[in-house]
Each structure stands twice: as structure tokens, then as C-alpha cells.
Design a protein around this ligand. Structure first.
Ligand code: SF4
Ligand code: SF4
Length: 261
């Protein structure tokens, strides 16, 4: 089984599954075609995530989730233009974005489960940490990180506001599956953890909570703001102003001082 085959199957699923549509919003499609990347389970960056300054000593390596692990398949689902554009106004989150955040996460789970099924049907083992009972968050630190996995799998780099900036932008959702299928690792076309972020500072001005500064994002302030949206928009919540109407919304922004080619 090759990564191209998995990409084709997931792309077809994204464009045909009713789970990727919202009947309440005129059949709005939440996600566009996915990006997939592969990390080797033995990549030397994984053990570094155990440093408390990166994630946490509770972080579980791929081989902790699956002792026979060979590869990690990371996927990024970019929001459709309709979802992204709807959230470009300042202030409250758009209804489309709220569905993308909540129903969208249900779809991320469906995509991960589909990957697991495809791998198992071909005789491989597979674990999807998102739905694994061993997944834990202790003091805001999870023992698995979709963003760091996607970084190692060549999908993109972390940004000032701690999103992942892929070649399809930052507005979207991430997931990953660990398997003993031995796939070639995707080349990382970057050297720095935040290389795709231009540090333009637009997301600082976009944030309604003041959670972002030139030093990064204050997760506690962001979480507190998301809680206020939860009370306002039961049963949904969300914000995403730092991922919309910003230069990294749908692609890698030009670096400051760079000229158009
Ligand atoms: S808006 Fe600018 S500073 Fe903020 S994450 Fe995007 S590129 Fe980086
Ligand atoms: S999600 Fe909203 S509150 Fe949180 S950092 Fe982004 S813009 Fe600020």
C-alpha cells in the first residue's frame, strides 16, 4: 500500500461523505482535499518532544502507542473557502466556523478511523491516538501532539499563534495514525520550527482575546475566550480569528521583505 493510494481514497471520501456536509447550512462542505505526510517512527525528533520545554515527559512515542510502529501518517484537512471566508469578519465566530470546529472534528475522527480500517484490511496494525483511551491531557499538555507530528511528517511548521502553517494554509484540522506499514518518510522542506510563519503580526491584531503577542500565544487566555463562546453558542464553540483574514489562512505567507516572483 502506498501513500498515494491512501491520499486518493481519503480525497474521494472527503468529496463524497455526507459527514463532511452540514444539512443545517444548505449542505455546506466543511473540508477540501487533504494533505498527507509520513514520519518514520524512528525519527530522532520524536524523543525530543519528551522534553518539558517542548511538550512533556508524559509524551508517548510512536512505539509506546504501537510497539511495531514503522510510520506515522499525518493528515491536514483544509477548511473550504466558504468556511474560511465566513469567519473573516472581526469579533464573534461565524456559524460555519463553529460547525467546522465541532462537526468538523467528528469528521476528522471519521477520516482517522477510515485510515485505520484501510490499513487493517490490508493486514497492517494501526492506532489512532485521538480515539485511543490512553490519550491524556495533563496540565494542558497532551501525551500526543497532532501539530508536532505533522511538523515531523513534513506537512508544515508551527506559527506565532501555534497553528500549523501548511502549503494549504493554517485554517483546517489535523489528525494522525500510527502503523507498522513501512512507508517512505516525507521530506521536510524546512529547517526551523516556525519557518513558514512570516511573523507579520496580523494574527495578534485579529485575536479578540489578546491572547497572542510577539512572544507567542497564551493558551490560558485563548481557552478562557473559547469557554465564553461555548456558553454563547451551546452546543458549539470556537474562534479561529487567528487562522482567517491572515496571510497564512490558505497558504505559506511571503516572508517580510520578500518580493513577488
Ligand atoms: S498571521 Fe502572520 S504572524 Fe500570525 S501566524 Fe500567520 S504568518 Fe505568522
Ligand atoms: S483562537 Fe481566537 S482567542 Fe484563541 S488565539 Fe486564536 S484568535 Fe485568539
Amino acid at each position: 500500500m502506498q501513500i498515494s493510494t491512501l491520499t486518493e481514497t481519503l480525497t474521494d471520501f472527503i468529496h463524497t461523505s455526507p459527514l463532511n456536509r452540514v444539512p443545517d447550512l444548505a449542505d455546506l462542505q466543511l473540508f477540501d482535499s487533504p494533505l498527507l505526510g509520513v514520519a518514520g517512527a524512528d525519527d530522532e525528533l520524536f524523543p525530543q518532544l519528551r522534553q518539558p520545554s517542548v511538550i512533556s515527559e508524559n509524551y508517548m512515542l510512536p512505539s509506546d502507542w504501537l510497539p511495531t510502529a514503522k510510520s506515522i501518517i499525518a493528515f491536514f484537512l483544509p477548511f473550504t473557502a466558504q468556511v474560511r471566508i465566513s469567519n473573516r469578519q472581526q469579533g464573534l465566530p461565524s456559524i460555519e466556523w463553529l460547525y467546522g470546529r465541532i462537526e468538523g472534528q467528528t469528521f476528522v475522527v471519521a477520516v482517522g478511523n477510515l485510515l485505520v480500517d484501510l490499513l487493517k484490511q490490508s493486514g497492517y496494525e494501526a492506532v489512532f491516538p485521538t480515539v485511543d483511551p490512553r490519550l491524556k491531557i495533563v496540565e494542558r499538555r497532551s501525551n500526543w501532539s497532532e501539530r508536532h507530528t505533522a511538523f515531523i511528517a513534513g506537512l508544515g511548521t508551527i506559527s506565532l499563534n501555534r497553528s500549523l502553517i501548511t502549503k494549504a494554509g493554517a485554517a483546517g484540522r489535523l489528525g494522525s495514525v500510527i502503523t507498522n506499514l513501512d512507508l517512505p518518510a516525507t521530506k521536510r522542506n524546512y529547517h526551523q520550527f516556525d519557518e513558514n510563519c512570516s511573523h507579520c503580526g496580523v494574527c495578534i491584531k485579529r485575536c479578540p482575546a489578546g491572547a497572542i503577542s510577539t512572544d507567542g500565544k497564551d493558551h490560558a487566555i485563548c481557552d478562557a475566550f473559547l469557554e465564553t463562546t461555548r456558553q454563547q453558542f451551546v452546543p458549539r464553540y470556537g474562534c479561529g480569528k487567528c487562522q482567517t483574514a491572515v496571510p497564512c489562512e490558505q497558504g505559506i505567507p511571503k516572508k517580510r521583505g520578500a518580493t513577488a516572483s
